[in-house]
Design a protein around this ligand. Structure first.
Ligand code: FES
Length: 81
């Protein structure tokens, strides 16, 4: 996934926006990332990935799955829940 692709597919929030939010707002908990355009407040699929960025010393360097695979896995997650 590149930085312009959505990490939260429910609310179309790009990875870049989440990283910027972490850098500027310094959220104390990963759940506060919901203040970034609602990230993580839909199906919940992206929450582990949001947490991964939040926990990282260098969120820009975090590797996330390729966008196609990410979307496919999310669909399977949604179908199963
Ligand atoms: S993909 Fe983020 S809440 Fe559904």
């Amino acid at each position: 996934m590149n930085d312009d692709q959505p990490i939260c597919l429910c609310f179309d929030v790009p990875k870049r926006k989440v990283i910027q939010f972490i850098r500027t707002e310094r959220p104390k908990t990963p759940s506060q990332l919901s203040e970034c355009f609602g990230a993580g407040t839909g199906c919940g699929w992206c929450r582990p990935y949001l947490k991964q960025l939040w926990e990282s010393e260098s969120p820009e360097s975090e590797t996330l799955p390729e966008a196609d695979q990410y979307a496919k896995d999310r669909q399977e997650y949604r179908d199963a829940t």
